[in-house]
Write a protein that binds this ligand. Structure first.
Ligand code: ATP
Ligand code: MG
Length: 144
């Protein structure tokens, strides 16, 4: 179940000294998805939230569900993404270099792989971001 997956991931995050806030109802519906693929997707999204924000800032992960859908939201208060780059963020190898102060490693593949996996599971991904304010990624899946 999604609770288990997110709890395991949040322990990993806490080991990196980042504050993580989990908000998942006990009765969250199961997701129609391959567990391994779902873990990979969440790991990608959450590791971006970690990588592109300060260790002292809080990352919020919340999930809600209704009869049809499960929605997972990962929100950070990090460096954000310039508006002109947002449309290209899911392209392979695309990385925002402008106004990135810290040298952050990465291939620029994380989001494109995540998106492909999500689409293959009949899900959807949406990213909203404001430069210097933070980023919000919303994942939507069908219930099992
Ligand atoms: P990889 O995931 O392959 O290690 P990456 O993190 O650079 O490398 P993506 O995950 O595809 O690649 O993200 C693409 C780009 O989008 C990043 O280089 C970064 O500039 C920007 N980005 C993604 N997530 C965030 C976020 N939460 N906050 C700020 N910028 C982000
Ligand atoms: Mg990444």
């Amino acid at each position: 179940a999604i609770n288990e997956i997110l709890e395991v991931l949040s322990v990993l995050i806490e080991e990196k000294h980042q504050n993580i806030e989990l908000d998942i109802p006990m009765d969250i519906k199961d997701i129609f998805a391959d567990r391994h693929a779902l873990e990979q997707v969440l790991m990608n999204i959450i590791s971006n939230a970690i990588k592109y924000s300060d260790d002292s800032s809080t990352i919020k992960i919340s999930a809600t569900s209704n009869y049809f859908n499960v929605k997972i939201v990962v929100e950070d208060h990090g460096i954000g993404i310039p508006e002109e780059d947002i449309d290209r963020i899911f392209e392979r190898f695309y990385r925002v270099e402008k106004s990135r102060s810290r040298a952050q490693g990465g291939t620029g593949l994380g989001l494109s792989i995540a998106r492909e996996l999500i689409l293959s599971m009949n899900g959807d991904i949406k990213l909203e971001s404001k430069l210097n304010e933070g980023t919000k990624v919303t994942l939507t899946f069908e219930t099992a």
